[in-house]
Write a protein that binds this ligand. Structure first.
Ligand SMILES: Cc1cc2nc3c(=O)[nH]c(=O)nc-3n(C[C@H](O)[C@H](O)[C@H](O)COP(=O)(O)OP(=O)(O)OC[C@H]3O[C@@H](n4cnc5c(N)ncnc54)[C@H](O)[C@@H]3O)c2cc1C
Length: 329
């Protein structure tokens, strides 16, 4: 069976691919290797930094299909979908993968409909059966895992960020870039207003190397300022448990866990979080886990590398001061 594995690039809107693109390419390399296929990146953007292209090659893209056009921004499904579908018609890829992000979720659903193929959304792993790829995806809010396969190619799927392992970067690889000749469709929607979120100066939750999270133990939304101050010192993102989100203390996009974001930072510091299984599902692959909890029997201590038994209202400000001192040395 011919055809490449395509990975649609998710970028930072500033010309560089995001970490999740490395995860898509890493997973695609794995299966493309087994199936004797190549791996290609498909990038639709208005801005490309040269090191962004080099990064895609280093992460495993044998070729980059690059559309660089101001008409691609902001993302509009009616512009992106026919472009990728037309190129797929010409090139016949075996798989087309995107990330579980707001624009890719829509794009891949539209693409699957346009190509009349199945979509496996929110995949968390893949396997092979009889030379065919099988996707595993959580269903019923993560209570069950379902295994699905496609009747026809391309195998269209979205992959959950921070679940798949990125390939070891090979900085020696040079990008091979192709600029598709497919003409872009006109947009039928117009951008009326753009509101940027107030920048906190903290990194994005799914991308951050350090995450400080708070749960019900914070007692109220006003106390998240303690975590924000610690995060400022560490250059960390702030996350939350579902209990904190359900109480309205943090917006849902900050929720870590089975029904929130899956993260895999180098350091995770959970404060006032008990460590329910659904919370662990979103952060257990963090490299180093530190927990602050006043209950020595809290389940989170079972998976924590470092546990601090104490009142977070005393411990977190102390941590902040100690980290500040360390950073000043
Ligand atoms: C289908 C389903 C999906 C779910 N999805 C998610 C999900 O995505 N993410 C998620 O987080 N949860 C999820 N949950 C909910 C989950 O089961 C737990 O209810 C939730 O994680 C509990 O949040 P918590 O740890 O903040 O609160 P609690 O379990 O109430 O724990 C609070 C902790 O704070 C400690 N504490 C209190 N005061 C202090 C203090 N002053 N100093 C230090 N420690 C203190 C307590 O000892 C306690 O351990 C889901 C549940 C279901 C059924």
């Amino acid at each position: 069976m011919a055809g490449a594995f395509w990975c649609v690039v998710e970028d930072d809107r500033q010309g560089r691919p995001k970490k999740v693109s490395a995860e898509l390419l890493g997973e695609a390399r794995r299966w493309a290797g087994e199936l004797g296929a190549t791996v290609e990146a498909v990038w639709l953007t208005d801005k490309v930094e040269p090191d962004g292209l080099r990064q895609l090659a280093a992460w495993g893209a044998d070729r980059v299909w690059l559309w660089e056009d101001p008409a691609l921004v902001p993302y509009r499904g009616e512009v992106w979908t026919p472009a990728v579908a037309a190129l797929a018609g010409q090139e016949n890829p075996r798989a087309i993968w995107g990330a579980v992000t707001s624009r890719h979720r829509e794009l891949m659903a539209r693409l699957a409909a346009r190509l009349s193929v199945g979509l496996a959304a929110d995949c968390v792993s893949f396997s092979l059966a009889d030379g065919q790829l099988v996707a595993t995806r959580p269903v019923y809010a993560g209570k069950l895992l379902s295994k699905v396969r496609w009747k026809t190619t391309p195998w269209v799927a979205t992959l959950r960020p921070n679940v798949f392992k990125a390939a070891e970067p090979d900085e020696g690889r040079a990008p091979k870039v192709e600029r598709p000749t497919v003409t872009l469709a006109s947009a039928v929607t117009t951008l009326v207003e753009r509101r940027e979120e107030v920048q906190t100066g903290l990194p994005e939750l799914a991308e951050a190397e350090i995450v400080v999270s708070g749960g019900r133990g914070l007692k109220g939304p006003e106390n998240f300022v303690l975590l924000e101050e610690l995060a400022q010192v560490l250059g960390a993102a702030v996350g939350a448990s579902r209990a904190a989100v359900d109480a309205g203390w943090r917006p849902h996009r900050f929720q870590v866990g089975q029904t929130g974001r899956t993260i895999s930072p180098k350091l995770y510091i959970g404060c006032g979080i008990s460590g329910a299984i659904q919370h662990l599902a979103g952060m257990r692959t963090s490299k180093v886990i530190c927990a602050v909890n006043k209950d020595p029997d809290a389940p989170i201590f079972k998976i924590a590398d470092f546990g601090l038994v104490g009142d977070l209202f005393e411990v977190v400000p102390l941590l902040k001061e100690e980290f500040k001192k360390l950073k000043q040395q």
